[in-house]
Design a protein around this ligand. Structure first.
Ligand code: MN
Length: 204
């Protein structure tokens, strides 16, 4: 695995890269084993937001904020699916724990649950080298390894031009051990991983 490649100024990323096999074989939340690296790994969150139109807000912790996309159909575990992901405004880190009811008439009025969350790793590579997150986002090619409760393994986010709009993205499951063509978690697994509540529980 180690072949002397160097990535200037990103030693922790090299550590993450070297640990990919270790991390892919384990559920650290269950086993309690160390995740390695220096300090906490960044977190992702997917919030199910039942607003004027139902969607899932996919957020990645990057440089102290939650970089965000709205995904109407939510993430798929089937590598054949391409899920439209529309960029939305950055959110503060503590938004990752937010569940509640936003009053009607307010921006995003409706209910929000934490549908899935966990640590993630940037695994974006170019010419065999890890690409820092900020650079990958600017390039429009991002690959992340998600270690959630419902969503696990590699996902690719790619910026595409759709109907004259050049800032739409597609979220696609990488065909790895976390792929499952029979599951449809976005439509069948509706409870919060934090509280066990559904959006309807909050609306009531
Ligand atoms: Mn939303």
């Amino acid at each position: 695995m180690q072949d002397g490649r160097t990535v200037p100024g990103s030693l922790p990323s090299m550590t993450d890269d070297a640990l990919r096999e270790y991390l892919s074989e384990r559920d650290l939340d269950v086993s309690g084993e160390p995740s390695g690296g220096s300090g906490a790994r960044p977190r992702f969150v997917i919030q199910r937001h039942d607003a004027s139109s139902l969607h899932f807000d996919f957020r990645l912790e990057v440089d102290g904020v939650l970089t965000s996309w709205a995904i109407p159909k939510g993430p798929s575990t089937d590598p054949r699916d391409k899920r439209l992901a529309t960029p939305t405004e950055d959110h503060p880190l503590d938004y990752a724990d937010f569940e509640g009811r936003i009053p009607p008439g307010e921006y995003g009025g409706g209910t929000v649950i934490v549908w899935d969350t966990g640590p993630y790793q940037n695994i974006t590579e170019h010419d065999g080298k890890l690409v820092p997150m900020a650079e990958a986002l600017a390039d429009g090619h991002v690959k992340v390894w998600l270690s959630g409760h419902k969503i696990r393994g590699g996902y690719a986010l790619t910026r595409v031009r759709l109907g004259g709009d050049d800032d739409q993205w597609l979220l696609v499951k990488v065909d790895d051990a976390g792929a499952d063509r029979r599951r449809s978690p976005a439509t069948t697994e509706l409870r919060s991983v934090l509280s066990g509540r559904t959006n309807d529980d909050l609306a009531e």
